[in-house]
Design a protein around this ligand. Structure first.
Ligand code: 13P
Length: 255
């Protein structure tokens, strides 16, 4: 079955000392959390120190981005090999902020995903529609195009190492979460498309939801059959809040 994966995307937040303090406070809070994969994606400046802090724990390190080439004249970029060197087990690719603010195409995202797999780093491939696209009833068409394009060079035998993150752009950082039913509808569609591409392995591919996930709404999201985890921005910045998301208990049962 699919192991739930709860990932913190800190985006451009936290100095080195803040990142280290988070790890020190967070690890005791998630000790004993079994049967889940927990992932932290700090900014590149903190990858090394956060990675050191996670040694000996089951929490995994992720990068927020990568360049598909192994080396060369790409000022400001980090290669998959460099991320492997830093101990990254995962890397986020195709986040909507990278697609929309930095103009990244499906083709570029796809090259990143394939290059990561060559370094045995699992790509977290993000897809999601904008509000305009949803209102124009183009959600499924947009998701299909992004998914097909972003996974194009992924070899079928590596499919189960990929994580897909469905992040509706209108729900990111807005406090406006997709309802569990609405998210499930898109997740089911994504799994059906993955099955067309990868066959029965699609049943083993994890699909995370992202967009205003909080301790109070994560339980209902995770209860949906095709929601296998969460990719969390704002609510992952505090150890207590993210540790509650990792446990995804019914709100009334959590402290
Ligand atoms: P928020 O949880 O802040 O809405 O961000 C979601 C996100 O973009 C995670 O990658």
């Amino acid at each position: 079955m699919r192991t739930p994966i709860l990932a913190a995307n800190w985006k451009m937040h936290k100095t080195l000392s803040e990142a280290v303090a988070f790890v020190e406070a967070f690890l005791p809070l998630v000790e004993g959390a079994e049967g889940v994969d927990v992932v932290l994606a700090p900014p590149a400046s903190a990858l090394d120190r956060v990675g050191q802090g996670l040694v000996g724990s089951s929490v995994k390190l992720a990068a927020q981005n990568v360049h598909p080439e192994e080396k060369g004249a790409f000022t400001g970029e980090l290669s998959p090999g460099m991320l492997a060197d830093l101990g990254c087990a995962y890397a986020i690719v195709g986040h909507s902020e990278r697609r929309h603010l930095f103009g990244e195409s499906d083709e570029f995202v796809a090259r990143k995903a394939a290059a990561l797999l060559e370094q045995d780093i699992r790509p977290i491939v993000c897809v999601g529609e904008t509000l305009d696209e949803r209102e124009a009833e183009r959600t499924f068409e947009v998701i299909e195009t992004q998914l097909t394009g972003s996974l194009e060079p992924v070899p079928a035998e590596r499919a189960t190492e990929v994580v897909v993150a469905y992040e509706p752009v209108w729900a990111i950082g807005t406090g406006r979460t997709a309802t569990p039913e609405l998210a499930q509808e898109v997740h089911a569609f994504i799994r059906e498309r993955l099955a067309k591409r990868f066959g029965t392995d699609a049943a083993s591919i994890r699909i995370q939801y992202g967009g205003s996930v909080k301790p109070d709404n994560v339980y209902d999201l995770m209860a949906q059959p095709d929601i296998d985890g969460a990719l969390v921005g704002g609510a992952s910045l505090e150890p207590e809040s993210f540790s509650r998301i990792v446990r995804f208990e019914r709100p009334e049962e959590s402290a």
